[in-house]
Design a protein around this ligand. Structure first.
Ligand code: ATP
Length: 607
């Protein structure tokens, strides 16, 4: 298939506002793809060349592209970008006289070129990337260029995410969303939307989807946790005894270990199954040591953080078990005092790493609370109690960087409260209560696992994760820092919109204010983003691309008293909101939903 066809398809999708229309258009487009093309298209739709768990980033900014084009065309590309409001449309205009009618590139040619950009690393890489990009742009038509540059600058945003691609696959296979559960499970186990695309357009798709199983080195989606409004509710919801574990406040981490050359299943990496043995060189799939190494660590966002936590990797290597997948939380640990560090300190370790400092001055430990795979066999369909028993039997004596979390069987309300208080006094965030029966259920949130945080007695029953959609200049001293407050939104699943519900200006120190201000300026927009709804009274001075996720706490959830559009955010807002964390390790698609906020409001009222 020609790349021009894909660019035309992107253009079509971009013009649609209905999610259902997008889904059926995408399903028909896949009909024209073979397995390899389907896999490539699935990654490209999400602006990537590989699944999220492969560190394959373009690391190329809009600014670099603007400089490149300015130098070549001698035009004021930066001014054009400001007028047009988008890098793709800017290139469409600026590059017209330098482009061809059509490149004649196939999808796989463009895919190879994109990989070449990803794999250009180290000193001098920006010049090398520039020359690859320029050579490519000279061969592309304006429409092809528009989407090529949006992909490399991370600005594609077609409005489909991994979950909506599952709907596409279901529509492709049976004409409606009837295969949702099978697809969700398959995606939960392999976290690879491209690999699934390859299966879907191939033979015996449904049977193969049913058989997707855990593979070491490929992350499983993290199981999520529901909230309850009171201790009593726990015993109303769980009929039998319960398992209670401490709630660690850190970074979710899935630890995979396998012996070199002995991966589960065959030796192939799942995601390159349909792409191998083609023109794309094997070297491209090497992606560092990713698939030779025997230990891999993944966050809940599927980010590969193996390099970031060498002490956890070493501890995993030292464990006598040949192969396993552990679910755990990484928390900063003060070895001298034998105490947890705060969430902020733990995250400091992560932040330092992301700016290139290989910090070991904030030591961490990983507290293991589940076992998903052991010595050749997946455990995800086994009951929680059974998995935890195996975990304790095998890993009970573990110490050092990896430690077993306590699992306590509790049968009375008093015991539960006592255990909760003990955890909170030890500096933990609360407790997680788990039902004895049922399997692990990747990516699913239901009442088989619930959390009670120490905030339950005051404020909201839980913090709210929101995405920043705009900002205000502010007044007085703050205006000199370029930012006074941010406008934050939650996700409205019914409408498929982000509903902006509150302005947050408290809880942001000067340094953070400056950092946020710089980051938001880079993603500012001329108008409000297509899928954002807001009350006129909340209109910000500057709109931004919804990209940065923040955690917000507040005194309470309130009814929005302004007379505007009532259904925005379920008609709810937050009273005295304050920023708890900027740059949460969460995808925009995982922020708090309107439905969840309504539930949180009811929990408080009923407790
Ligand atoms: P949510 O998961 O509800 O979207 P969140 O990201 O703010 O919200 P938390 O409210 O902190 O997460 O609760 C769930 C998280 O708690 C899990 O993703 C995991 O990282 C962490 N956690 C800590 N201890 C445990 C445990 N014993 N069992 C399961 N998860 C735990």
């Amino acid at each position: 298939m020609k790349y021009l066809e894909l660019a035309k398809f992107f253009e079509k999708i971009e013009g649609l506002s209905s999610r259902n229309e997008m889904t059926s258009e995408m399903a028909s487009f896949l009909k024209g793809c073979d397995q390899k093309e389907a896999q490539i298209v699935a990654y490209l739709m999400l602006g990537r060349v590989a699944p999220l768990f492969v560190n394959a980033e373009f690391n190329y900014s809009e600014k670099s592209l603007i400089n490149l084009l300015t130098e070549y065309t001698k035009e004021n590309v930066s001014k054009k970008r400001k007028e047009v409001g988008d890098i793709g449309d800017t290139v469409l205009e600026v590059w017209e006289k330098y482009s061809k009618n059509s490149s004649n590139y196939d999808i796989s040619d463009i895919y190879e070129l994109l990989w070449k950009i990803v794999n250009t690393k180290g000193t001098g890489s920006i010049n090398q990337k520039n020359s690859t990009i320029l050579e490519c742009l000279k061969k592309l038509s304006p429409l092809e260029s528009k989407y090529f540059v949006r992909i490399i600058c991370g600005e594609l945003r077609l409005g489909l995410n991994a979950r909506s691609m599952l709907d596409v696959y279901s529509v492709y296979l049976v004409g409606d969303k009837g295969l949702k559960d099978i697809l969700e499970h398959a995606y939960g186990v392999c976290a690879d939307i491209g690999y699934l695309a390859g299966i879907v357009v191939g033979e015996n798709a449904q049977e193969k989807l049913n058989n997707v199983d855990v593979r070491l080195g490929t992350p499983i989606l993290s199981r999520l946790v529901e909230r309850v409004g009171s201790f009593n509710e726990i015993f109303e919801r769980f009929e039998k005894d319960i398992i209670v574990q401490p709630k660690f406040d850190g970074l979710r981490c899935q630890i995979h270990k396998w012996s070199k050359g002995r991966q589960a299943g065959d030796n192939k990496t799942v995601w390159s199954e349909y792409l191998q043995n083609e023109n794309i060189s094997q070297g491209l799939f090497g992606v560092g040591e990713a698939f030779n190494s025997e230990v891999r660590l993944f966050t809940r966002n599927l980010e590969d953080v193996t390099e970031m936590f060498p002490e956890i990797v070493e501890s995993a290597r030292n464990l006598p078990m040949e192969s396993f997948v552990l679910d755990s939380e990484i928390v900063g640990w003060d070895y001298k005092k034998g105490k947890f560090l705060s969430y902020q300190e733990t995250m400091q370790r992560r932040r330092k790493y992301s700016i290139g400092e290989k910090s070991t001055d904030i030591p961490v430990k990983s507290f293991v609370f589940d076992l998903l795979y052991l010595d050749g066999g997946s455990l995800i369909t086994k009951d929680t109690k059974k998995r935890l028993d195996s975990l304790e039997n095998k890993f009970g004596s573990t110490t050092g960087g990896i430690e077993l979390a306590e699992s306590k069987l509790i049968s009375s309300l008093d015991e539960l409260k006592e255990y909760f208080n003990k955890c909170v006094n030890e500096g933990l965030e609360g407790i997680i209560v788990k039902q004895f029966e049922e399997g692990y259920k990747p990516g699913i949130r239901n009442f088989e696992w619930v959390k009670i945080k120490k905030s339950i007695e005051k404020d909201l029953v839980d913090t709210v994760d929101m995405v920043i959609v705009g900002y205000y200049y502010g007044s007085g001293r703050r205006s000199t820092l370029g930012l006074g407050a941010i406008l934050c939104g939650i996700y409205n699943e019914k409408e498929d919109t982000i509903d902006a519900i509150c302005k947050v200006g408290t809880g942001i120190g000067d340094d953070l204010l400056k950092e946020i201000s710089i980051k938001l300026k880079e993603i500012s927009l001329k108008d409000s983003p297509k899928n954002v709804r807001y009350q006129d009274s909340l209109k910000p001075d500057v709109w931004v691309q919804p990209q940065y996720v923040v955690t917000v706490d507040a005194d309470e959830i309130t009814k929005n008293i302004s007379k505007g559009k009532k259904d925005i955010g379920g008609g709810l807002s937050l009273r005295f909101p304050r920023l708890i964390e900027f740059g949460r390790d969460k995808l925009v698609e995982d922020i708090t939903t309107v439905e969840e906020l309504v539930k949180m409001d009811n929990l408080r009222k009923n407790s």
